[in-house]
Design a protein around this ligand. Sequence first.
Ligand SMILES: [Zn+2]
Length: 257
Amino acid sequence: MNQQRYWNESALVLKRYSAGEKDRQVILFIKGVGKISAKARGAKNLTSPFVSRLSPLNECRVLMYRASSGYWTITQCETIREFSPSTHSTQKAMIGLTMLDIIDRCSESEHVNDPLYEVTIDTLEKLASINDEQKMEQLFSIFQVKVFEILGILPSFSHCTRCHKKIDLDKISGWDMMQITCHDCEKFNPKNHARETFDKEYLKLLNYMKKNVIESSLKISLNNEQGKDLKRMLKTLWNAQTFSLPKSFDVLESLHA
Ligand SMILES: [Zn+2]
């Protein structure tokens, strides 16, 4: 009895590494499946069509099966889009690879997350067409806002975190990336609760990025200072998560230090 089941899906290659003399193990983020680790037999053979196709940042269509043992094997693969980092600037390549690292860290094995897949592909497509470094950074920030939103860890920036009532942004006294409270609930906030305060305009910006497509948020013109503030705000949210911040994130920061 054949217990193998076949899948033919779009996949983003997150990582690959050697597995034995001839094979490669590939970490894929797959539409309708989620993150999996699959074996690509003979992929280290130079004449294998797998060699160039199963590279990190490529979107491929893979034919694969899952053995009854639970192991995944890729049997065929064709490229849909190539986002090869070698053809891009260091900055662009670093952003692309850091995005993959983020996806890898915040997704669980075989946990379907198509919105995350769509946002990642959409961002990579935009990234490929941008040449302005400041816009690349802005795109990377928008991507993070979208990821946080999909993961459900981005607070509503227009409703009170405690009572969920809509609040008047012009009347709030304090907010941070973890919570924003109305005047009534603010009374329960311990006096010494340290809030890193940012301009209230940023609440509108974050809300806009949350609700609108990447394309529109990318059109907003941010100055250098605003771009930096946005990065700082996102960093505080990262630091509050159980999954760690990718190492490449720091490298990316140091490029502009
Ligand atoms: Zn409230």
